[in-house]
Design a protein around this ligand. Structure first.
Ligand SMILES: CC(=O)N[C@H]1[C@@H]2OC[C@@H](O2)[C@@H](O)[C@@H]1O[C@H](C)C(=O)O
Length: 402
């Protein structure tokens, strides 16, 4: 028998597995590395996050990724070399963290690598009749396995598509297992570059559970901060946006897109919500110039209203008491006080953070991939039914170190 298969068999039988979950999101700020201890599987999953770190991407890495990121036309060779390079870089980042944490690689059972999304193209976006939903994450898992010596699972989104999904959002698998609570309607709202939420019904009925993207989180805000203030990477504490006034006409034009009336579950990315999207809305609004504070305020309001409207729609269609739910926030948007203030004004419910449930909002997505790997290796199959478009499959391709 291949010794790696034997090793995997033993890992699957362990009480507790040490799994490193990795996530690098659409905001391109770095690689989130979460060292988790996981026992059980499915609804019996118990996770402790032993270590967490975001390794910032250097300017050089960001520049190289941006050459292909969310673009329709690219230098194909650049994509091919990036796929290998990012795998190597991620492996080095993991090895450096393990060294810093004083943990020998032999103690880690598995790595679960999301990779770097370079293009997300659901059918809604590409509109090509004969082609399926599509998405591409790069940073090949074989490099990570060979360089770290740890069995690596990667490329989780393809199976989701193969089983009928759009490749995202995957958050529901972790959210349902970790945060579902009988008697409480919960919305797990993650605000990264793109925002998404999982609805966890008080009944805990998996068939009533669902997940969807809502539209932008920080992606457009960050993009225009960089354009107006090249020295800044984001609007810290929304200091600039708080000085602006929302331009209502521009806001209406930003919200005028078929994505917002699409049914759940739906997914989207910076492929739609990029500079062109905003510039087209500005042109449609016949605005000559707009200053940075007003534009950033309007983009923040755009995120707040589209998130709130998606949640209101979900709540209206799932149960009648419109305020009988709690929101648990995570992701970078949680640190944007203007976005959070507006959400609280728009939604009549109690707000918390995923931290209040024991998982830091910054680490939550990296932890998700560790949970997905745990399911693939040690789960016994969980069924979400067919009503809400959540494929009941295990995900991730397995790379052996040798
Ligand atoms: C294709 C892709 O990388 N999508 C990300 C992105 O970031 C947020 C939102 O868009 C979500 O759909 C997804 O990530 C999380 C981890 C998910 O799949 O749940």
């Amino acid at each position: 028998m291949n010794k790696n298969i034997n090793a995997l068999y033993k890992i699957a039988q362990k009480e507790t597995r040490k799994i490193i979950g990795l996530m690098s999101g659409t905001s391109l700020d770095g690689l989130d590395i979460a060292l988790c201890e996981i026992s059980g599987s499915g609804e019996n999953t118990i996770v402790t996050v032993n270590q967490f770190e975001t390794v910032d991407y250097s300017e050089d890495i960001k520049i190289e990724i941006r050459k292909v990121f969310a673009k329709k036309n690219i230098d194909f060779q650049h994509l091919v070399v990036l796929n290998e390079w990012i795998g190597i870089l991620h492996a080095d980042m993991i090895s450096n963290c393990l060294q810093k944490w004083n943990i020998p690689s032999q103690e880690v059972d598995l790595i679960a690598s999301h990779g770097q999304t370079v293009l997300h193209a659901p059918k809604f976006l590409h509109q090509l009749e004969k082609f399926p939903n599509a998405t591409l994450q790069i940073g090949d898992g074989d490099h990570i396995a060979v360089k770290t010596g740890i069995i690596t699972l990667s490329d989780f989104r393809q199976k989701h598509i193969a089983a009928g999904g759009e490749g995202a959002p995957l958050a529901v698998y972790g959210d349902y297992f970790l945060f579902g609570k009988r008697g409480e309607n919960r919305i797990m709202l993650n605000m990264g570059g793109i925002a998404n939420f999982t609805f966890l019904p008080a009944s805990l009925n998996p068939e009533e559970t669902f997940v969807t993207d809502t539209g932008t989180g920080n992606t457009l805000i960050d993009l225009f901060v960089k354009q107006y203030y090249p020295e800044k990477s984001y609007d810290k504490d929304a200091e600039i946006a708080q000085q602006g006034t929302v331009n209502q006409l521009l806001l209406a034009n930003l919200k005028d897109n078929a994505f917002f009336s699409q049914k759940f579950p739906k997914t989207i990315g910076p492929e739609l919500f990029g500079a062109d999207y905003v510039n087209t809305a500005i042109a449609k609004s016949a605005i000559d110039t707009i200053d940075a504070p007003d534009l950033l305020a309007t983009l923040t309001r755009f995120s707040a209203e589209t998130i709130a409207e998606a949640i209101q729609y979900a709540v209206r269609n799932s149960f009648n008491q419109l305020n009988d739910f709690k929101i648990y926030m995570s992701g970078g948007g949680t640190h944007n006080p203007l976005l959070v203030k507006w959400l609280k004004e728009l939604l009549p419910c109690e707000f918390y953070r995923s931290d209040d449930l024991g998982i830091s909002g910054d680490a939550k997505e990296a932890v998700l991939f560790a949970i997905l790997a745990n399911e693939t290796v040690a789960g016994d199959g969980f069924n979400f039914g067919t009503k809400k478009g959540i494929p009941s499959v295990t995900m991730g391709k397995i790379s052996f170190p040798d």
